[in-house]
Design a protein. Structure first.
Length: 295
């Protein structure tokens, strides 16, 4: 099929508009006054039973871990989330009380203004008005910008799968819409995980610190980090000793990256398409000239 210059430029223009339409924007949730739901994790109450892991795996149809849920050996190495484990529990030493280690759950923090959703060109990663940051695999084009953008290294790509997608905790969004609590909260036997609106959780956290000033570090991790997160933590040990990042700042990441990300589609997607199209037109032109010379 022959493509003339006018048709090609028209196609390029439509492509550019389509890409820019998927450019970073503030999520609908970030622009509403609806109170996000979230979770408060009190690490002083966690006993390391890993019931949260088991419930998460069962809820999301994930495989059972290689190490049994009842085995202590799992804590010998620090684990990260993966396509097959959205929630993992790690053990840390407690300098204040060596006989009582600290157990810390690692999973998506569901940022109030998530960098992963801002970086997503197709809105496959999206902040919902209820609070969870969810993923729609049918929209994903596999660019993995969400992985690069996330300051907590949460979205994981299924590199070993023949049909790979991004995988991460979505805060049991289906359960949430049905009026139920996330599976990990439901399964916690010690009440180390509390579900509620972010405002309620902050009030609970501040009250616990105020009433037990010697028990807690006077800080709520996630209250201000990257503009605030849906999953927040309390601890008796400084957060930097528990693997938490202290260098993420308090400004939402989309405010740092919007200018750059708007240019990403043009530089990395549209420009190569234009070059390929021009090369195709040039090749077509040469073939037509050669054909005319032969005649």
């Amino acid at each position: 099929m022959s493509v003339n210059r006018r048709d090609f430029l028209k196609l390029a223009g439509v492509t550019g508009c389509s890409l820019l339409a998927g450019a970073p924007r503030r999520s609908e949730a970030a622009m509403t006054s609806i109170e996000f739901y979230g979770m408060l994790i009190d690490t002083t109450k966690c006993i390391g039973c890993r019931s949260c892991e088991e419930a998460c795996n069962e809820q999301n149809g994930l495989p059972k871990p290689e190490v049994s849920f009842s085995s202590e050996s799992v804590f010998e190495t620090k684990r990260d989330t993966s396509p097959g484990a959205f929630t993992v529990l790690n053990r840390f030493s407690n300098g204040k009380n060596p006989d009582n280690p600290v157990f810390v759950r690692r999973q998506c923090l569901h940022c109030c203004q998530p960098a992963c959703a801002s970086a997503c060109l197709t809105r496959a990663m999206q902040k919902t008005v209820e609070g969870p940051v969810i993923y729609n695999k049918d929209r994903c084009m596999g660019c993995r910008y969400c992985m690069i953008a996330c300051p907590f290294d949460i979205p994981k790509f299924e590199y070993s799968s023949p049909l790979p997608y991004i995988r991460k905790c979505i805060f049991c969004y289906d359960r949430l819409k049905a009026g139920e609590r996330p599976a990990c909260v439901e399964a916690c036997p010690e009440g180390a995980s509390i579900f509620g609106t972010r405002r309620e959780l902050l009030e609970i956290a501040r009250t616990r610190i105020y009433e037990n000033p010697d028990r807690y570090v006077h800080r709520i991790y996630g209250e201000h980090e990257v503009g605030g997160t849906g999953t927040m933590y309390l601890s008796a040990v400084p957060f930097e000793e528990l693997g938490f990042r202290n260098d993420v700042g308090t400004t939402p990441y989309p405010e740092h990256t919007t200018g750059f990300l708007y240019g990403v589609p043009l530089v990395f997607v549209l420009w190569p398409s234009i070059l390929i199209g021009l090369s195709y037109l040039a090749e077509n032109g040469n073939k037509e000239r050669n054909h005319e010379e032969e005649e």
